[in-house]
Design a protein around this ligand. Structure first.
Ligand SMILES: Cc1ncc(COP(=O)(O)O)c(C=O)c1O
Length: 377
C-alpha cells in the first residue's frame, strides 16, 4: 500500500542532520524546531496561526475546545471517517450529530446537513465538522455560507488534506479552525505522532496555546483544565524538512491518480454511474477542488472477494472505512441504527483504496490495474 522507505532514501541525510540539530539544542518540546515548522507551515497554508501539537486527534480536540464547544452543545459531522472525527466531539463534552455523505465525494452531504439541522437533533448544534476525506475538500461553497448564515462554527478535519484546496483556498484556512494529522501514513508525515491546529482567529490561537499546555498562560498558573498536547522537536525538525518537498510529492500523487484513471479507462473498466455494476467507479475531483490524493479509492463490485484476490497477488489494498461510525460498538450510545445513513453504509461495503504514494512506479500501477481487470473478467 505504502512504501515509506522510498521517501526516506531520498531525504535521509537531511533528516538525520535535522534530528542531530535537535540533539545539539537539547530542547525537545515546543522548542525552536517546532517554532520553525509552525512558521513555515503558516506561510505554506496561508493562515495566520499554526500551532503544533501531539497528534491529529489532539488537534481536533484543541480545535473544538478552543472554539468554546463543550457540554450542552452539538456538533454535526460525518459517519464515514476515522473514529477520531466523532470521538473528539465526545472528548470535548459535546454531542455528535451525524449526517449522511455524498456518494460521489464520500464527504458530508450539504443536503443531509440541512435536513439534520432542521430536524429534532438540530437543536443545540453550534458547530459543523466536515472531514476532507481522502484528500478532497468537503464542499466549502456550502459550509462557508452555512457558518455565516446560521452562526455556526466550522471546524475542518483536514487530517488527510495537506495542500488540498477549495476555490484556491488551502484546507486549514477554509473554516474557523482546522486540525491536521502527521501520522506516518499521511501525505505530510512525522516520524511518530504529531498534529497541528490552524486558525485565522487571534483569540482561538491564544486558547490553543493555553490548552495544549495544561491550561497555562503563565508557568504553573492553570487558568483552565487543558491537556498535555505538545509537539516534540524531533517531529518539528522532520516536518520542517518534509515541508520543502510536500508540494512536489502532492504533484506526484496527482500524476499517479491520473495514471490510474488512464489505465482503468484503457482497460474498459471505468463506469460512469455512482455505484459499480460490472466494472469499477473511479474517484473524482469536483469543480473548484484541488485533490491531493491521500487515498485513491474506487468502488468495486464483490469488493471483499476482489481484495482477497489482490492480497493473493501480493497487491496491497485497504478499506477506509469498513464500519460506519454510527454502527461502532463504542458509539452505540448516540442512538443510531443500521439504515440511518444508507450512503455511508453502502460506501463501507464498496470502497477499496489502492496503493498510492509519490514514488509508486508506472509498472506497479499496471500490475494493480491488470490484476483488477483479470478479477473482473
Ligand atoms: C480523518 C482523520 N481524522 C483524524 C485523524 C486522527 O489523527 P491522528 O492519528 O494523528 O491522531 C486521522 C488520522 O488517523 C484521520 O484520518
Amino acid at each position: 500500500m505504502l512504501d515509506l522507505k522510498r521517501q526516506y532514501q531520498a531525504i535521509h541525510k537531511e533528516l538525520l542532520d535535522a534530528l542531530g540539530q535537535v540533539l545539539e539544542t537539547q530542547q525537545f518540546i515546543l522548542g525552536e524546531h517546532v517554532a520553525a515548522f509552525e512558521r513555515g507551515a503558516a506561510e505554506q497554508l496561508g493562515v495566520r496561526h499554526v500551532l503544533g501539537c501531539s497528534s491529529g486527534t489532539d488537534a481536533l480536540w484543541l480545535a473544538l475546545a478552543s472554539a468554546g464547544i463543550g457540554p450542552g452543545m452539538s456538533v454535526v459531522t460525518t459517519p464515514f471517517s476515522f473514529f477520531a472525527s466523532v470521538s473528539c466531539i465526545l472528548r470535548a463534552g459535546a454531542t455528535p450529530v451525524l449526517a449522511d455523505i455524498d456518494p460521489v465525494t464520500f464527504n458530508l452531504s450539504p443536503t443531509a446537513v440541512e435536513t439534520v439541522l432542521n430536524g429534532p437533533r438540530g437543536k443545540g448544534v453550534r458547530a459543523v465538522l466536515p472531514v476532507h476525506l481522502y484528500g478532497h475538500c468537503a464542499d466549502f461553497s456550502f459550509f462557508s455560507g452555512l457558518g455565516r448564515e446560521q452562526r455556526l462554527t466550522i471546524i475542518e478535519d483536514a487530517a488527510q488534506a495537506w495542500g488540498a484546496e477549495w476555490n484556491g483556498v488551502k484546507a486549514g484556512g477554509l473554516g474557523d479552525v482546522a486540525a491536521f494529522s502527521f501520522y506516518p501514513t499521511k501525505n505530510l508525515s512525522a516520524a511518530g505522532d504529531a498534529g497541528l491546529v490552524t486558525t485565522n482567529s487571534d483569540e482561538t490561537a491564544e486558547r490553543v496555546k493555553m490548552l495544549r499546555q495544561h491550561g497555562m498562560r503563565r508557568r504553573y498558573h492553570h487558568d483552565e483544565v487543558g491537556w498535555n498536547a505538545r509537539m516534540d522537536d524531533f517531529q518539528g525538525a522532520v516536518l520542517s524538512v518534509k515541508l520543502k518537498y510536500i508540494g512536489a510529492w502532492n504533484e506526484a500523487r496527482r500524476s499517479v491518480a491520473a495514471r490510474y484513471h488512464a489505465l482503468f479507462a484503457k482497460a474498459g473498466l471505468a463506469e460512469t454511474g455512482t455505484y459499480p455494476a460490472h466494472g469499477v467507479v473511479l474517484p473524482r475531483e469536483m469543480p473548484g477542488a484541488r485533490h491531493v490524493w491521500h487515498q485513491y479509492v474506487i468502488r468495486a463490485p464483490r469488493r471483499d472477494v476482489l481484495r482477497e484476490f489482490l492480497t493473493s497477488r501480493k497487491i496491497g489494498s485497504e478499506i477506509y472505512y469498513p464500519i460506519p461510525l454510527h454502527l461502532q460498538e463504542a458509539l452505540k450510545g448516540l442512538g443510531y441504527a443500521e439504515g440511518d445513513f444508507p450512503e455511508a453504509e453502502r460506501a463501507a461495503r464498496e470502497v477499496l483504496a489502492l496503493p498510492i504514494f509519490p514514488e509508486l512506479r508506472d509498472d506497479e500501477q499496471q500490475t494493480v490495474v491488470g490484476a483488477i481487470a483479470e478479477f473482473l473478467s
